[in-house]
Design a protein around this ligand. Sequence first.
Ligand SMILES: C[S@@+](CC[C@H](N)C(=O)[O-])C[C@H]1O[C@@H](n2cnc3c(N)ncnc32)[C@H](O)[C@@H]1O
Length: 226
Amino acid sequence: MNEQAWQFKREVQDFWKKVIKRLQVPFFTLTANNLKSTTYPDLPGPLDWQKIAGERKIHVEIGSGHGEVLLANNRMKSIVVGYEIKSRFFRLSQRKTRRRDDIFVYKGSGYESLALHFKNDTISTLYILFPDPWHKKKHARRRPLTEKFFARVAQKLKKGGTIIIATDWQEYSDFIGSEVQKVTKQYEITICPYVPDDYSLPITHYHQKWARKGRSFTAFVLKKLG
Ligand SMILES: C[S@@+](CC[C@H](N)C(=O)[O-])C[C@H]1O[C@@H](n2cnc3c(N)ncnc32)[C@H](O)[C@@H]1O
């Protein structure tokens, strides 16, 4: 590129920088692609996801791991927002999904961010597949799938919206089982063997891993009552 071309490029860049500064565009009016590169601590909330989704549904996943659930999203019918706390998995998901304008991945704890980033009555489905079980006794109190969490999510779900949880860890399953019994006024609860096809979900990395070890899987489906 010659000097004249560089000069022109710089002028164009400066022009757009000034326009953006002048407009002070509120966060939720930015395009979907701008949103994709943002990490969660910078995000204000709650966001107007409905504006981005339009007529489409809004799904959320906590612990997106290798990104299988995100990639299985039907872009015509829904958008999906994934939270992943580990940098390596976050980068992996981000890389795999970067060409998709219906998938948003954030680095951070979904359990906290969910309440901040979503308005009430907006989410259709929350997926939490194979959450870390915190299997050591002294770590059990770190388990986030508590009555309090389910009550908070109930506000964010649409009427009839669901939380789908799958676990391979019996002790965690017992723990979740006792917590969900405390929110029966807010949810219709189903506990059954986990079969991904039943929810049109792909087989994820950890599902495969634990299946190879011969483990069995339990699903918790919490459907928000009206
Ligand atoms: C056992 S892996 C399951 C990954 C994926 N769902 C699957 O089925 O293959 C649990 C994932 O949850 C992520 N995770 C743990 N705590 C989290 C949190 N507070 N917010 C978001 N992701 C979290 C972990 O980094 C890990 O990728």
